[in-house]
Design a protein around this ligand. Structure first.
Ligand code: ADP
Ligand code: MG
Length: 443
């Protein structure tokens, strides 16, 4: 009964909620009752408040006898989750492994889906391409190559692709693998004289998702093996998805032929999210944790935590945990207090001096040039960029920023911010520079 109930809940609930609240439950099915064991009080209370009525309804509907089974919630866990009654993981695995060639775990994390991936300008293209690939396996873009800095959602998208492929076709043989794991599996296979099995294994998958391929750099044998696997899969129109923390051409210690092959498909970038997207992500994650986040608080966190989504999530988690712990509601002051040390740390790293140094270095000019009155183009543009970054990344006012740049007027700073905003739309080179600098400065 519980097994079927879980199936239903999995369909009804967002994956994140399902994974957080339903997946940890263990069931002990008796004659007249269904005992659900929660790992802790927190989960127990939450499930009781939010899901118990629905669970009872489902159980009553599914039960065979006329007396509906009682559902009892308690804290605890089964001594051995193994052999007997069906545990929670059982249904998912059981169904698909029959169809699958009795093989490898797919390593997919069902919590990462397209539904809970928040779209913004910074990741729109990557998301759209990923979705296309998952809907048209092997026929849309192959390989799909997602690149960008840490914590920007590459791994999330990759799992979302895998999960969506399986949703349409539960029998598909999808494998997600971090490239370190690929390397270590390969080394093991070599040691055990099992390299042929290793090869066959990967060459038979329908979709191979390899994360963080920068780890292949400098590992020649792995690259060789990977190259052959890669070719075989592509020739047979099997889907490959790769991620990397930078554009393939920029990876040192990666063979040229691999680099150029990676470029055959579609390379798409994920950029650091802009403020609106950061706020949307925060609100979305809060809702999934069952917490209402006011605009005020969401904007505060989004403005202060700029580096990447992982940091953003960490900050939100901290605020929520503090509030659950103290029982206080999340007000602006509460959030400020909860994040005080994080923000202090960031302010120390991101200041105007630092921005000026980084911009000067990037354009190979001197900080003194940025502060000077020179209007020559190769100095004026970086200066404007540095001002715009100061506005974006610090809490200084326009007049203050002007002071930092050799005592300029606040209208000059305002003009710089507008100009850069405009150029970011029209000039892709400048837009790249801006993103790169933003990443370097705020990470
Ligand atoms: P990367 O692989 O690029 O380092 P991850 O995919 O691991 O980054 O993302 C870090 C965290 O941020 C994950 O928990 C992921 O779910 C979350 N995340 C990243 N981008 C988004 C997004 N656009 N919407 C929702 N969550 C996101
Ligand atoms: Mg990752």
């Amino acid at each position: 009964v519980w097994e079927q109930c879980v199936d239903k809940l999995q369909n009804e609930l967002p994956a994140q909620q399902f994974n957080t609240w339903i997946r940890p439950l263990q069931a002990v099915e008796g004659e007249a009752e269904l005992r659900l064991l929660a790992p802790n009080r927190f989960v127990l209370d939450w499930v009781r408040q939010h899901f118990l009525p629905r669970i009872e309804e489902l159980v009553a509907g599914l039960g065979s006898g006329d007396a509906p089974a009682a559902v009892i919630l308690e804290i605890g866990s089964k001594p051995s989750a193994a052999a007997t009654a069906p545990t929670l993981q059982a249904p998912a695995v059981k169904k698909s492994s029959v169809a699958r060639r009795q093989s490898v775990p797919n390593n997919l994390n069902t919590a990462f889906t397209f539904e809970n991936f928040v779209e913004g300008k910074s990741n729109q293209l990557a998301k759209a391409a990923s979705f296309q690939v998952s809907e048209n396996v092997g026929r849309a873009y192959n390989p799909l190559f997602i690149y960008g800095g840490v914590g920007l959602g590459k791994t999330h998208l990759m799992h979302a692709i895998g999960n969506n492929i399986l949703k349409h076709n539960p029998g598909a043989n999808v494998v997600y693998l971090h490239s370190e794991r690929f390397v270590s599996d390969m080394v093991k296979a070599l040691q055990h004289n099992a390299i042929n099995a290793f090869k066959d294994h990967y060459r038979s998958v329908d979709a191979l998702l390899i994360d963080d391929i920068q780890f292949f750099a400098g590992k020649e044998r792995s690259q060789e093996e990977f190259f052959h696997t890669f070719n075989t899969l592509l020739e047979n129109k099997h889907q490959m998805v790769l991620t990397c923390d930078r554009y393939p051409k920029e990876i040192k210690g990666l063979e040229e032929r691999l680099k150029s092959r990676f470029g055959w498909g579609l390379p798409v970038a994920v950029e650091p999210p802009d403020l609106e997207t950061r706020v949307a992500i925060l609100k979305n994650k809060a809702t999934h944790s069952g917490v209402m986040l006011s605009d005020e608080v969401a904007f505060f966190i989004g403005k202060r935590i700029r580096s990447n989504v992982r940091e953003l999530e960490g900050a939100l988690r901290r605020v929520i945990a503090n509030s659950q712990f103290t029982g206080e509601t999340i007000t602006l002051d509460f959030a400020k207090e909860a994040l005080r040390d994080l923000i202090a740390l960031q302010d120390k790293l991101v200041n105007i001096d630092n921005i000026q140094k980084t911009v000067a270095e990037y354009y190979k000019i001197r900080v003194a040039d940025l502060l000077s009155s020179s209007r020559s183009r190769n100095v004026a543009r970086p200066r404007q960029l540095a001002m715009a970054l100061a506005k974006e990344l610090t809490s200084h006012s326009l007049p203050e920023i002007g002071q930092f740049f050799g005592g300029r007027d606040h209208t000059t700073v305002l003009h710089a911010c507008r100009k850069i905003k405009e150029l970011r739309e029209s000039d892709s080179r400048l837009s790249d520079d801006y993103s790169n600098l933003l990443r370097v400065i705020s990470s």
